[in-house]
Design a protein around this ligand. Structure first.
Ligand code: SAH
Length: 240
C-alpha cells in the first residue's frame, strides 16, 4: 500500500479506537462482563453481518476477528456510525485466539465465506480444517455452536467432514439456505459476499454444528495449542 494510503488508514483506525481492541489478551476471561453471551465472527470482512447482529441484540457481545486492517476499518466505521457499544474488533490472525479467550469463554463462532484455499497443499489454512478446529472446540463453551455460510461447495463438504471427524452434532446442514422453507424465520443477516453470490444465483451452503465433549478430542487440542505456541516462538525470533 502506498504511504499516503497507509497514513490515511492509520488515521481512520485511530478514529475508531473505541471499537478496536489492540490488547485483546487484557480482556481474557472478562469478555462477557455485563453481557449474556460472547459470539465471535472469524474473518468478519467489512462487518455487515456482525454489526447487523449487534444492532439486533445489545445483550450479546460480538467480537470480530479480521487480519486485513484496511478491511477491518470499514467494519469498525460501521459500528461507530451505528453507535454500537456491544461490538469489538480484534485485528490479527485468529490462529492466536487462544491467547485472548479462556477455554469455554465463547458461546458461538461464525465462519462466513471463509477463504476456500482450494489447493491440497494449502489445506492447513482453511478455517474449518485441523489447524483451527481444535481451537474452536477448546474455546467454545460445552455445547457451543459453529455457524458457517459459504458459496463454495468443496470447502463446505470438507468442513462437514471435519465436523463429523470431531464428533460434532450436525444440527442444520443446508446446500441452498435461501430456498429452505425455514429461511424466512431464520432472521438471516447477509454478509457482503453472501449478497454478491446470492444475487448471482449461487446457492449458499449453511451449517450449524454443536461442539463435542472437549475431552473426547483432548489430544488434538493439546497438539494444536503446542503447534500454535511453536509458531509464535518462530515468528518472535524470525518474523513472519
Ligand atoms: N465474512 C465476510 C468476508 C469473507 S472473506 C463476508 O462474508 O463477506 C474472508 C475474510 O476472512 C477476509 O476478510 C480475510 O481477511 C479474513 N481471514 C482469513 N483468514 C483469517 C484468519 N486466519 N484470521 C482472521 N481473519 C482471516
Amino acid at each position: 500500500m502506498r504511504p499516503r494510503n497507509k497514513k490515511n488508514l492509520n488515521k481512520r483506525l485511530l478514529a475508531c479506537g473505541g471499537v478496536i481492541e489492540r490488547d485483546p489478551a487484557s480482556r481474557r476471561g472478562r469478555w462477557a462482563e455485563g453481557r449474556e453471551a460472547v459470539r465471535v465472527e472469524i474473518g468478519c470482512g467489512k462487518g455487515d453481518f456482525i454489526t447487523g447482529l449487534a444492532a439486533r441484540d445489545p445483550r450479546i457481545l460480538y467480537v470480530g476477528i479480521e487480519c486485513v486492517e484496511s478491511v477491518l476499518v470499514i467494519a469498525a466505521e460501521k459500528a461507530v456510525n451505528a453507535g454500537l457499544s456491544n461490538v469489538v474488533f480484534v485485528p490479527g490472525n485468529a490462529l492466536y485466539m487462544a491467547e485472548f479467550f479462556d477455554p469455554g469463554e465463547i458461546d458461538e463462532i461464525y465462519l462466513n465465506f471463509s477463504d476456500p484455499w482450494p489447493k491440497e497443499r494449502n489445506q492447513k489454512n482453511r478455517l474449518t480444517g485441523d489447524t483451527f478446529m481444535p481451537l474452536y472446540v477448546h474455546l467454545l463453551k460445552d455445547g457451543g455452536l459453529i455457524c458457517q455460510k459459504t458459496d463454495n461447495r468443496p470447502l463446505f463438504d470438507f468442513s462437514v467432514e471435519t465436523y463429523k471427524s470431531y464428533g460434532c452434532g450436525l444440527e442444520t446442514i443446508s446446500y441452498d439456505l435461501h430456498h429452505e422453507s425455514y429461511y424466512g424465520g431464520l432472521g438471516n443477516i447477509l454478509t457482503e459476499y453472501e449478497k454478491k453470490f446470492s444475487e448471482a444465483g449461487t446457492p449458499i451452503c449453511y451449517a450449524k454444528v454443536r461442539m463435542p465433549d472437549r475431552d473426547s478430542v483432548r489430544d488434538r487440542i493439546d497438539a494444536c495449542l503446542e503447534a500454535v505456541r511453536k509458531r509464535r516462538e518462530f515468528e518472535a525470533r524470525f518474523g513472519h
